[in-house]
Design a protein around this ligand. Structure first.
Ligand SMILES: [Zn+2]
Length: 453
């Protein structure tokens, strides 16, 4: 691949890429938008570019719309030893993302207009991808008092997704009030479904492995009970609930039932829950400690089927960086969480494409179009068109694109990741694919697999 480096918008011709894995095409970018998409070799402007057009040879690469993550922990403000907006968005760009939603469990918590505007501004300064702050549902994630949802929605950050992620909004009355409140501005409550009393002290999926290892069990019902309750609440008040990181077969069944009623319920699954099981905990390595926990092979199969049939709308990373001292300790002391931005597309390739469950068009739907719609930044979102994500690869769309080479197979090496943290459960695992380039509104953030500067 050859191209002019550096972050300047201009005219670029991506030659021979395969949009959504289909036939090769030439994609002309002019400034911030896609100006033209035509079959390769069809003549005209596509084959004889003007001298001011930078040509990018993308022969054999798959072109997807820039990926959108609904669930990223950037850790800034407060835990810059684990991640910063700068490092986390660099990791996102290297993973093919052009927009991410930054969770609210920072220090201080993102529960005011001031904090969400700070995160939003830092995202703009870094310039690696769009950062959409998620606002806390309750003040300080305390679970007892609604945060300033309206002020966050009206702020420069224009928050539309609210979540106490890391904690569950356990109080049914508060959850109802939050769902009612966000209806006024078409917001959505993203719930971390974890019944707190059923999971007090829980360490690993409740089952054979937790019994064998002597770790306190985390029952599936603790997730499923909250999801069922919140689907009913959302239906009762006519509002929108989004279920974070679905991890059990029963949860998929409940969401399928709620959707069959026409209720406004959406859901996400993480890459790690699509590929890994609780068997990996056998050596007590805390790199496999995560919330919700890794489950069984039956759960993994149900999650894959749910993502394939659309019951689960999208993949979201739950990228949760932690410094080494928080993970390289004994299991019960270690923090919950795994990094995921830089491996997400490769894991989905392995778990969903190589198994024949999704084609690349469906991957684009589950990792770009649908999460963008749920995050209120999709093709039909309110507000300026140039800030939309998940749009088709077609003339007139913002030029948010990822070029992906499906051919290489290589072991994951967290040491080379842009994230400040190294807690990848995929370390050493051979996975297919490589993100070669990412374009944010026509500007390359990644070229030749490396961050541009
Ligand atoms: Zn969570």
């Amino acid at each position: 691949m050859s191209a002019g480096h550096g972050r300047a918008a201009g005219r670029r011709l991506i030659k021979g890429a395969r949009p959504l894995g289909g036939p090769p095409a030439d994609i002309l970018i002019d400034g911030q938008v896609i100006a033209d998409v035509r079959a390769s070799g069809s003549g005209g402007r596509g084959s004889e570019p003007d001298s001011d057009v930078l040509v990018i040879d993308a022969d054999g690469l798959i072109a997807l719309p820039g990926l959108v993550d609904l669930h990223t922990h950037l850790r800034e403000p407060g835990r810059e030893d684990a991640e910063t907006v700068e490092s986390g968005t660099a990791a996102a760009a290297l993973g093919g993302f052009t927009a991410i939603h930054a969770m609210a469990n920072t220090e201080p918590v993102a529960d005011t207009a001031g904090v969400v505007e700070q995160v939003w501004r830092l995202g703009g300064q870094a310039g690696n991808c769009d950062v959409r702050p998620v606002g806390a549902v309750t003040t300080g994630l305390g679970g007892s008092q609604l945060a300033e949802l309206g002020a966050m929605a009206d702020s420069a950050a224009q928050v539309r997704v609210f979540s106490d992620d890391g904690r569950c909004v356990a109080d049914a009355t508060l959850m109802r009030r939050a769902l009612e409140y966000v209806k006024a501005f078409d917001g959505v409550i993203a719930q971390h479904a974890q019944e707190p009393r059923l999971t007090a002290g829980a360490q690993l999926n409740e089952g054979e492995m937790s019994a064998r290892l002597g770790l306190a069990g985390w029952p599936a019902v603790a997730e499923e009970a909250i999801i069922a309750r919140d689907c009913l609440l959302a239906a009762h008040v006519g509002s929108a609930v989004h279920v974070c990181h679905v991890s059990t077969a029963g949860s998929v069944e409940i969401i399928r039932w709620a959707k069959s009623k026409g209720w406004r319920v959406t859901a996400e699954v993480t890459p790690h829950h699509l590929l890994l099981t609780d068997d990996l905990a056998v050596g007590y390595d805390p790199v496999y400690k995560v919330n919700p926990p890794l489950r069984t092979a039956e759960d993994v199969a149900a999650l894959r089927a749910g993502l394939a049939d659309g019951t689960i709308d999208c993949v979201a990373t739950d990228h949760a960086p932690h410094p080494a001292e928080s993970k390289e300790t004994e299991w019960s002391e270690a923090s919950f969480g795994m990094t995921g931005l830089e491996t997400a597309l490769r894991v989905v390739h392995e778990a969903m494409v190589n198994t024949g469950l999704l084609d690349w068009a469906a991957v684009a739907d589950r990792m770009s179009a649908r999460p963008a719609t749920i995050g209120r930044i999709g093709a039909r979102a309110a507000g300026p068109g140039e800030l939309r994500h998940g749009c088709p690869i077609a003339a007139g769309s913002p030029a948010n694109l990822v070029l992906y080479d499906p051919e290489p197979i290589a072991a994951v090496d967290p040491a080379v990741h842009a994230s400040r943290s190294r807690n990848s459960p995929f370390a050493g695992m051979k996975l297919p694919g490589q993100v070669v380039a990412t374009f944010l509104r026509g500007t390359p953030t990644v070229l030749d697999g490396k961050l541009t500067t």
